[in-house]
Design a protein around this ligand. Structure first.
Ligand SMILES: [Zn+2]
Ligand SMILES: [Zn+2]
Length: 287
């Protein structure tokens, strides 16, 4: 066994033991960067495993194609599996490198400088990917102004809209101008009686993007905040899995599916949190 393999096995052990804890992922990232700089073929072999574990499927596939021994049946089989993932997902679902407290603070300050409006029901739309950033900037269809940040998730309107800026969403101007909405008002939990809350959710809140029809959860008489895309691993890491399973929405079979869900897999979970009591809830659908 090579030194690289030994290190990898040790790091993988930590990773499994902590269920993908931030320290273990950071250590894997450091190892990945080290191996990327290393020209030793034995290092490259282990780099395929590291890419695979961190779900850089495209990188794993391409590297294996370069260095893999095609006369070896096991390698060929692995190539086939990775090819499938790589073609469907690329590196899209790679585990993000966990940020240090210092990096988190810097990112928070950077975002504060961008002056994004606050969205009660979608508190971090940059994090969830509802908003994208463009260095050159794009022109908002609604107000005609240049914006470095634009909305890229569903907007239900007759006209085709390419870009909306955060301000036109927050003010309700985009929904008014195009008679559109960001969330279908039939795909919501019952139990919210305040029409102002409904208006804020469907007309002034960036939506999210599901496999199927997006559905918005509610709890304690209010709509919940959308926190992002998750699978069982992310829910465990947040300590929210049991909370999410304690929900009359799901029968035993569905609870089992949530326990086995993988972020970016065939069954996708969408995480919400009650703004009143803090309870976590999910919505889920299939591709
Ligand atoms: Zn605008
Ligand atoms: Zn609640």
């Amino acid at each position: 066994m090579t030194e690289y393999q030994k290190t990898y096995i040790e790091l993988k052990k930590q990773f499994s033991k902590t269920d993908g804890g931030p320290d273990s992922v950071r250590a894997l990232y450091a190892f990945k960067e080290e191996l990327e700089q290393n020209e030793d073929p034995q290092a490259k072999e282990v780099l395929v495993d590291v890419y695979d574990l961190l779900a850089f499927k495209k990188d794993a596939y391409e590297l294996l194609c370069q260095i893999g021994d095609r006369s070896d049946k096991k390698t060929l089989k692995r190539m086939g599996t990775l090819k499938d993932y790589a073609e469907n997902w690329g590196n899209h679902y790679a585990l993000p490198k966990p940020k240090t407290p210092e990096e988190k603070r810097e990112e928070k300050e950077r975002r504060a400088r961008l002056g994004l409006p606050a969205f009660r029901y979608h508190p971090d739309p940059l994090d969830t990917g509802a908003f994208e950033e463009s260095e050159e900037g794009v022109i908002c269809d609604c107000c005609g102004k240049a914006t470095p940040i634009f909305y890229s998730n569903p907007f239900f309107s007759v006209e085709d809209i390419a870009y909306l800026c955060p301000a036109c969403i927050a003010s309700g101007e985009a929904a008014r101008k195009y008679d559109g909405s960001f969330q279908d008002d039939y795909s919501l939990d019952d139990g919210v009686n305040d029409p102002e809350k409904l208006d804020e959710l469907i007309h002034r809140t960036p939506g999210y993007s599901g496999w199927q029809q997006e559905y918005w959860r509610a709890h304690c008489g209010d709509y919940c905040a959308f926190l992002g895309y998750v699978g069982a691993r992310e829910l465990r890491a947040l300590g929210a899995l049991e909370d999410v399973l304690d929900d009359p929405m799901w029968d035993d079979e569905q609870k089992e599916t949530i326990r086995e869900s993988v972020n970016g897999g065939h069954l996708q979970c969408y995480l919400f949190q009650c703004l009143q009591c803090g309870k976590h809830l999910v919505w889920m659908d299939m591709d």
